[in-house]
Design a protein around this ligand. Structure first.
Ligand SMILES: Nc1ncnc2c1ncn2[C@@H]1O[C@H](COP(=O)(O)OP(=O)(O)OP(=O)(O)O)[C@@H](O)[C@H]1O
Ligand SMILES: [Mg+2]
Length: 425
């Protein structure tokens, strides 16, 4: 079942009477497609749980609407919404067996005993705990308890499954295993699921779509890889990826992007101060490379190795670049290492707004930019990506025809237009 959030907002009044209110969720507008797993991602306090509680009906929104399919459930009480909920502290009843815990939500429903049992066994099988039905929660591992909680949420055949940090009590290995299991269960049941986490890797690995939130405001919604490849702002760029993105202070001057005093590449945009983000995998060691940093150390990590270096222009204390383990790295006589940068791994942000800037597009006029007029290809060749300023300084990457994702902050505009154009055909 699809779930539609229309301008969903929650404002908490202050408790200590100083009149300050908290906008926990600010105008959340999103149509969650039927049968998908959505990862709701963001730092502590950004409004993830508040969003889930409003969808479940346990918390009343301040404004906005919620639809399940075509039904407006905005004012429907929680028990009538058909929602399965799993919380962080999955709160099993300790005095009840696994079986009794799972059947608990069905007890108030007038359902024949045989059917209740059948459903309990089905749900238990789905999460692979059907051998454990007669045990008490204290006799189960953390992962097994977690699965009991999921079975309990599934037993009512919910319209929507809401999982709030369901793995946070598990150790790393069990966490990995259980998240795979959640993905499998979600695929098997095809129930529309929202999975809340502050762990970006977790969200990226199992979600069909991720929603990145900051201070109650949705920053970006897209497929995990697309968000990683095309972050709309510095916050999103920094939030996704391990090791995290390297951030430098830079500037655009005369259509040229600089980091410190070094010319990095052509960048067709107004002169301004910027932040430059470079993904760790975006560095290519090259003695004549466009970016120089001070070598600190090299850490071998099997197939790859990580070069740790420093730069006065760096926002982050160290710069971490992932390079091939076979690659010889010889700092020059001044202890500097030099890199070229893969064009699809470098992002430029306005220093003040921290919004992403795209070369060749004046974002102020992005609505009128060609994106809105003509359908755009989703991919471009590196040949179309701004070249390095001086070819003698070695290209950012040789102009071979590798394809990279087209970068556009107005992705939704581009997509819609493409779609409309297709429909018109
Ligand atoms: N009952 C409440 N009264 C006042 N403020 C609240 C209340 N519940 C939550 N908040 C505030 O609303 C904001 C969002 O809280 P929420 O619990 O949704 O965050 P979260 O993203 O789930 O964080 P976490 O990852 O820590 O669980 C926070 O600033 C929080 O302090
Ligand atoms: Mg929370």
């Amino acid at each position: 079942m699809k779930v539609v959030l229309k301008n969903l907002t929650k404002i908490f009044q202050s408790r200590n009477g100083n009149g300050k209110e908290v906008i926990a969720v600010n105008n959340f507008d999103f149509e969650i497609p039927d049968g998908k797993l959505i990862g709701l991602l963001g730092p502590s306090g950004c409004g993830k749980s508040t969003t889930l509680f409003m969808i479940s009906g346990l918390l009343k929104q301040s404004s906005g609407q919620i639809f399940f399919g075509d039904d407006d459930v905005t004012n429907l009480p929680a028990e009538k919404r058909g929602v399965g909920l799993v919380f962080q502290n999955y709160a099993l009843y300790p005095h009840m067996t696994v079986k009794q815990n799972i059947m608990f939500p069905l007890q108030n429903q007038k359902m024949p005993k045989a059917e209740i049992m059948q459903r309990v066994v089905e749900a238990a099988k789905l999460v692979q705990i059907d051998e454990l039905l007669d045990r008490k929660p204290s006799e189960l591992s953390g992962g097994q308890q977690q699965r009991v909680a999921i079975a309990r949420a599934l037993v009512k055949s919910p319209n929507v499954l809401l999982l709030d940090e369901p793995l946070s009590n598990l150790d790393a290995r069990l966490r990995l295993q259980t998240r795979e299991e959640i993905r499998r269960i979600q695929r098997d049941t095809n129930v529309t699921t929202i999975f809340v986490t502050h762990d970006q890797e977790e969200a990226m690995s199992i979600s069909d779509l991720i929603v990145v939130m900051k201070l109650g405001v949705v920053q970006q919604i897209d497929e995990p890889q697309k968000v990683y490849d095309n972050p709309v702002n510095l916050f999103v760029a920094k939030f996704l990826g391990t090791p995290p993105i390297n951030v430098f202070r830079g500037k655009i001057e005369n259509k040229t992007l600089y980091i410190g005093d070094e010319k990095i590449m052509k960048f067709d945009h107004d002169d301004q101060e910027v932040y430059v983000g470079i993904r760790p995998e975006g560095f290519i060691v090259n003695d004549k490379g466009v970016l120089s940093t001070k070598f600190v150390s090299r850490e071998v990590m099997g197939r790859d190795s990580s070069v740790v270096s420093k730069s006065d222009a760096s926002e982050t204390p160290i710069i971490r670049s992932i390079v091939d383990s076979d690659k010889v790295i010889n700092p020059d006589e001044n202890g500097m290492v030099h890199f070229d940068i893969k064009p699809n791994k470098i992002f430029v942000f306005n220093r003040e707004t921290e919004e992403r800037l795209l070369s060749g597009v004046n974002t102020k006029n992005a609505e009128e930019a060609p994106v809105a007029e003509t359908p755009v290809e989703e991919t471009v060749t590196t040949e179309e990506i701004p070249e390095v300023v001086d070819a003698s300084e070695a290209p950012v990457e040789a102009p071979k025809k590798t394809t990279t994702k087209k970068t556009t902050t107005k992705k939704t505009v581009a997509k819609k237009t493409t779609k409309n154009a297709e429909e018109e055909k």
